[in-house]
Design a protein around this ligand. Structure first.
Ligand code: GDP
Ligand code: GDP
Length: 437
């Protein structure tokens, strides 16, 4: 797929242009890990479902002091190398600056298609200043206002013309798979009705599943798309059905394996029961992300002390998952229901976060300096660690022992330290030891 790189001095409006172009069609916006974390990528749709990749370099100080530092230079050179078209953004309100000239000089040396985008052209004075930029010598020029969305269609047409032939199908975004689990009568249906009522919903009745069990697709206000898996009872069930419903633990276990996140629902009245704990242990065992929803909190609205006690008991009941976010809600009144999505966003960011190897090893060095570990009198050495996967974030640590011999307590200490210092405080992570041969 063709790639477009947006470049230009700080504050000329690169990120604004990026957002304007991506618009609501934002498919994937991800921060590329590692050194290239200063680049943000997304898809720019040009024709029905087809488009190109757009890359914002907003994190880089183009033309600034650090511009020619080794790291930045390497990053920029590589990004430019891969680009099929460069949008060189300048600011009409400021007029032509030395920084612009530095960047122009640099770009001219690369053999790339360049489109000079004069941004912030709104008032009459801005129009007049446009001509200053002609001296940069780029033949393809367009005046726009990214903020007011002026001339954006024209810009897209220009882009389309430049990249004719390399416009491809935009990959569909994988939705976040979620299940809402909990005993009968905790309020699952009430919550689902509310969530579905709030958000745009595309109900896809999956053939072959039971009449009452569907996957529901939601587009969240935060931009993510979500698939509610094995969702029972979008329609109200009859009294009879309600009575015969059992807490099908086996089925729940099956569901847990299919999803990224479990929304585990309990009530403030009953707190955490043995059954809930059984299910949560499975969530834990499979390293699934989870949010604990304490429903019917309206019953404790005016009983603050009692409420605090309830919450303390719940926290104690889930102490084996210290990272578990807990949210008190009322599905019936709707209180804090929308907060589920902001917590979910944070959880998913952590669950799919990649930490660069240098950072992991810096932490490992620190742990080594401050702690002594030994197994049966022999020093345990940590050589090197690296993140190998996401969802769940998985780390491999190379050591001088057979992993089988490492006590649980040491594994737990490393895991907790990684969670605390590498920004995984709301999700589970997996730490695997490996003998360095
Ligand atoms: P970047 O550093 O190049 O990514 O610039 P930003 O996109 O962060 O924009 C810098 C500032 O310029 C922000 O305050 C924007 O709101 C503003 N800005 C961006 N585009 C326009 C525009 O078309 N017109 C006006 N008047 N302001 C803009
Ligand atoms: P499900 O079996 O988990 O799907 O639970 P339902 O959504 O059918 O709810 C069971 C009962 O709890 C119903 O009578 C709901 O009206 C009630 N309920 C659900 N949410 C709340 C809440 O936030 N507060 C209170 N007080 N009652 C609720």
């Amino acid at each position: 797929m063709a790639k477009i790189l947006i470049v230009g001095r700080p504050n000329v409006g690169k990120s604004t242009l990026f957002n304007t172009l991506i618009g609501e069609k934002k498919a994937i916006v991800e921060r590329t890990p590692g050194v290239t974390r200063d680049l943000v990528e997304g898809y720019l749709e040009l024709k029905e479902g087809k488009g190109v990749k757009l890359i914002d370099t907003g994190g880089i100080e183009w033309g600034g002091k650090e511009f020619f530092s080794e790291v930045i230079k390497k990053l920029v050179d590589q990004a430019l190398e891969e680009a099929d078209l460069v949008l060189f953004v300048v600011d009409a309100k400021q007029g032509l600056t030395e920084g612009d000239k530095v960047i122009a000089e640099y770009l001219r040396k690369k053999d790339k298609k360049i489109l000079l985008v004069i941004n912030k052209v709104e008032a009459k004075e801005d129009q007049e200043r446009v001509f200053e930029f002609y001296s940069l010598g780029f033949p393809e020029i367009i005046s726009i206002s990214a903020k007011n969305k002026k001339n954006i269609t024209e810009l897209k047409n220009l882009i389309e013309r430049q990249l004719e032939g390399s416009i491809e199908e935009i990959p569909q975004e994988e939705p976040i798979k979620i299940a809402i689990l909990g005993r009968p009568n905790v309020g699952k249906s009430t919550l689902i009705n509310r969530l579905v009522g709030y958000e745009r919903v595309i109900v896809s009745e999956i053939p072959g599943t039971t009449r009452d069990c569907v996957d529901v697709r939601l587009s969240l206000p935060t931009g993510e798309s979500v698939l509610l898996i094995d969702t029972p009872g979008i329609r109200r069930r009859t009294r009879l059905e309600e009575r015969v419903e059992k807490f099908a633990v086996d089925k729940a276990l099956h569901t847990i394996e299919k999803v990224d996140v479990v929304l585990m629902m309990i009530t403030a009245e009953e707190g955490i029961t043995n059954q809930d704990q059984r299910l949560l242990r499975q969530v834990y065992k499979h390293h699934k992300a989870c949010i604990l929803l304490v429903n019917k909190w309206d019953l404790f609205d005016k009983k603050r002390e009692a409420g605090n006690l309830v919450l303390e008991n719940i926290k104690y009941g889930v102490r084996f998952m210290p990272w578990l976010p807990i949210l008190t809600i009322s599905a019936k009144t709707g209180r804090r229901v929308k907060e589920i999505w902001s917590v979910l966003k944070e959880v998913m960011e952590q669950y799919s976060l990649r930490v660069n190897t240098a950072q992991v090893n810096k932490l490992l060095e620190y742990l080594k300096e401050n702690h002594n570990f030994s197994i049966k009198g022999k020093k345990l050495k940590f050589y090197y660690a690296t993140q190998t996967d996401i969802k769940p974030p998985t780390f491999v640590v190379f050591i001088n022992f057979d992993p089988e011999e490492v006590p649980k307590s040491i594994e737990k200490f490393i895991r907790n330290s990684f969670q605390k210092h590498l920004n995984f405080d709301k999700v589970p992570i997996k730490v695997v030891f490996r003998l360095r041969s």
